[in-house]
Ligand binder design. Sequence first.
Ligand SMILES: *Cc1c(COP(=O)(O)O)cnc(C)c1O
Length: 389
Amino acid sequence: MQPSFADIKDQLLALNQQGLYRSRRVVDSPQGIEVIIDGRKLINFCSNDYLGLANHPAVIKAFQSAAEQYGVGSGSAHLICGHSKVHHQLEQELAEFTGRDRALLFSTGYMANIGVISALLGRSDGVFEDRLNHASLLDGGLLSGAQFKRYRHGDIEHLQTRLQASKSNNKLIVSDGVFSMDGDLAPVKKLAELSQQVDAWLMIDDAHGLGVLGDQGRGLLAHYQLSQNDVPILVGTLGKAFGTFGAFVAGSEDLIELLIHKARSYIYTTALPPAIAAATRASLKLVMAEQWRRDRLAELVQYFRRSAEQLGLALMSSTTAIQPLLIGDSQRALELSQQLWAQGYLVSAIRPPTVAQGSARLRITLSALHSHEQVEGLLVALDKSQVTG
Ligand SMILES: *Cc1c(COP(=O)(O)O)cnc(C)c1O
């Protein structure tokens, strides 16, 4: 007898009724400010390519020449024979960029996060996570088997209470640097102080800060001058402001050596294609050299917030390129996203379980390459769609 898939059908039906159904849009152009979907040109306000490097000629060129030199596939995991010279060079450059002793490349940020947390912690340990942490950090905590405690978003006192009540052996505090769906910043200075007081490790995932914040784009921790001593474990991703793909962990010699030996999502997977590492080296150069991209982005963020405020839109308390508008109801968020689409704007409706129940939102992201006119056009479209009502 065939197993019944009726239950699966029911689940899909329920998702649809709750406005939680998700479908993929097929993009038929490079990533950029304008993308082509279903033969239509849309202005893109949902990419994480904050600096506009995903389709930069120098990055493409570096990718192409490295493919000529190294081929496409890396052939195996890093520990077997897949760790090429260009991976190694990129690791050294990322360590220097973040002011850490060493960096280790991972194939994705998701894998870096689950790999680090589960390599560091076991059953007798405790992990303390901000409620709004990225799914990969939460999954890493659960996978590790450690005592898993969440604290209220950005709430240092709540975290402190949680830590004091804990009898765990090693303790690890974990937070996004810039929160991916809210755009606000973690209180990293206070987290660093508290972690020292209670003798806990601190891990910050700066996926949305690196490239965008700090001198030369060195990230949120550089912005607050927090060293490796203050924040011993730093995770960065390369698929966002860097415009390429992959991720890395940066920290002490010993931390990196331990990860090489114990992070299963590092050990048991094929290394990134070397050409991706080469493209990222080119992108890192642009990130550091082209301050105008960050200046431009900051200017657009200010412009967007000022105008949105005048229109009475439900802005959240973010100063970064992530500027969500809180809608609440999932179905409503979806309808708004569709109305924006009809007016030529691509803005995604972020719904549970990515965000909490009742906090669906339009996640608007800005890029250094948007023009004032495009942002103004989006604001007019938001106003027309009565996002406030
Ligand atoms: C995107 C993201 C990740 C995952 O990185 P990938 O390289 O896309 O797997 C991890 N953490 C945060 C905070 C992110 O926003």
